[in-house]
Each structure stands twice: as C-alpha cells, then as structure tokens.
Design a protein around this ligand. Structure first.
Ligand code: CP
Length: 309
C-alpha cells in the first residue's frame, strides 16, 4: 500500500483510509527507534530538504531524525541562513532547490497555502510542516496515533480542543482528522479566538471551557499564538489562564481515564499548569516520540513504498 499522491499538504485532502494507512505504517515504524542501531535502509539514496521559514524544535528535528532513521540524506535550511534574507522569492528558492534534484521538500511557512503553491513549482514531493493558521498535518497525525495507541480506537471518542482556535493550524488539522475517523470534536476558547464558521469543519464550538471538557476522553490544550496576533485578544494572561487554563481541578471534569495532549511548545502556568503538563494523564512527550514514527511513515508512503512495489 502507498499514498497515491505526490504531496502531503493537509488532512482536509485525505480520506479516512489514507489516514488509517499512515497511522498503521507509523505503528510499524515505532520499533525502529527502540533498536540499538536506529536505522533501516528504506530511503537510501533519497534526498529530503527541510525548508523552515518559521522557528521549530519538535517538527524540524523529528522530520530530520525520521529521514536519517530511514537512511535518506536530510538537509536543513532556515530562512535566516538562506538567500531569502537577500530578497530571493519563495518561487525562486523552490526552483533552485529543485534543480539539485531532491526527492522531497518539507516546508514550514507563516503564510497559509505556501506548501500547496510550492507543490505546483516542483516535481518532487512536498510535505506541509505547518502553514500559517491553515494546517499542520503531521502534528494531527501524531496526535491521532497517540490517542489510538492509548485508547485503542478513535471512533466514538469525545475530543475537546481548548485555546486559541482562530490562529491554530493544529486545531484545524485535528478537527479534520478526528472527525474523519469518527470522533466527536468540540472546540472551546474565548469568543475573540473563535473563528466564525468553525463548525462547518464538522466540530461543535463553545466559549465555555468547563462544559467542553466535561466527560471528554481527550483534552488537547493549545498555546496562544501571539506570533499570529496583530492585536490583543484578551485583557491579561492571568484572566486567560483563569478562564481557559487547564489545572488539576478542571481535569476532574473529564473522564476518569482522560488523556491530555498539547502540541508544544507549552506555556506553563498559562494554558496548562505544570502539575497537569507533568502529571499522570499527560501524553505530551509520547506525542513527541510518535512524531518521529509518523514522519517516517509519511516519507515511506510518499517516497519509499512506490519504489518497493
Ligand atoms: N508542535 C510543533 O509544531 O512544535 P514546533 O513548533 O517546535 O515544531
């Protein structure tokens, strides 16, 4: 089996069976990271470029580790150290990178739609590593893998996503992904951070955090995306934390076996208390571990499986 598509641009594009295929492939790759020699030869001879126009710790590192664990050559380019600072356009950058014959470009950019635009300029595969407030598909896939691993299923679960919904590409990708796999998703946040029409993506929406997390199987907390906000969307951090922060008291409203997710980076004491972030319900570091397996699966299904077949 392979993904019969050149690029991975968003979860909105994927069918449920394609998401299931990525998750099951990721499950099979997890053991590679537990081996003493953490490497398989599957992508030997392939070249993967990580083109990051925005800061990243988890996504960039795990795409690089995933490529290297599959024996591909991985090259990292950040905007600050590239010819972008000399005025080169994205299109020219892409066409020059393409001239060096990479097999895949992984791109993160502050503008929504950049990966899709890039995919039209280049013949190689393009993977979206986060574009503006649009989508972050590999994050949603690792979130779904983490939930599936812990709960044994996604179908029928109740998922609450809380925080800055308007500016969150993670929220959008997860709404698409979890609802396609049969979960019920509710998003909660301040009215100023709730985009009009969000329910058209298939979720419910509320400004009342406590009702959103009541009886939830999964609570996903989101960071306030100050880098995407041109104005202040709430009076003070303290006020935000009081109304929308997840603390031990609020966790009790969810199911007894609730799991807590956060894509990171977390702002301790703002959207999540340290006790909850480091507590028994938190799977935040499991998400990071699963990020490597999911990204290995993405590379395999875009670049490797076709060759093996
Ligand atoms: N979750 C996430 O995208 O983290 P980074 O910004 O560190 O990549």
């Amino acid at each position: 089996m392979r993904l019969k598509r050149k690029d991975l641009l968003g979860i909105e594009d994927l069918r449920a069976d394609e998401i299931e295929l990525i998750l099951s492939t990721a499950e099979s790759f997890k053991e590679v990271s537990d081996r003493e020699i953490k490497k398989v030869p599957t992508l030997r001879g392939k070249t993967i470029i990580n083109l990051f126009y925005e800061p990243s710790t988890r996504t960039r590192t795990s795409f690089e580790i995933a490529a290297k664990r599959m024996s591909a050559d991985a090259i990292n380019i950040s905007a600050s150290s590239s010819s972008v600072v000399k005025g080169e356009t994205l299109k020219d950058t892409a066409r020059n990178l393409e001239a060096m014959k990479p097999d895949c470009i992984v791109v993160r950019h502050s503008s929504s739609g950049t990966p899709r635009m890039l995919s039209k300029y280049v013949a190689c595969s393009v993977v979206n590593a986060g574009d503006g407030a649009h989508e972050h598909p590999s994050q949603a896939l690792l979130d779904m893998l983490t939930v599936k691993e812990k709960k044994g299923r996604i179908d029928g679960l109740s998922i609450a996503i809380v925080g800055d919904i308007a500016h969150s590409r993670v929220a959008r990708s997860n709404i698409y992904g979890f609802t396609k796999l049969g979960a019920s998703v509710i998003v909660a946040g301040p009215p100023t951070m709730m985009p009009p029409g969000i329910e058209s993506l298939g979720c419910r929406a509320t400004t009342d955090m406590e009702s959103a997390i009541k009886g939830a199987d999964v609570v996903m907390m989101l960071r306030i995306q100050t880098e995407r906000q041109k104005e202040s969307f709430f009076p003070t951090i303290r006020e935000y934390s009081r109304l929308y922060g997840l603390n031990e008291e609020r966790v009790k409203r969810a199911k007894d076996d609730v799991i807590i997710l956060h894509p990171g980076p977390i702002n301790r004491g703002v959207e999540i208390s340290p006790e909850v972030a480091d507590g028994p319900y938190s799977l935040i570091l499991d998400q990071v571990t699963n990020g490597v397996a999911v990204r290995m699966a993405i590379f395999y299904l875009l670049l490797g499986a076709a060759r093996e077949e």
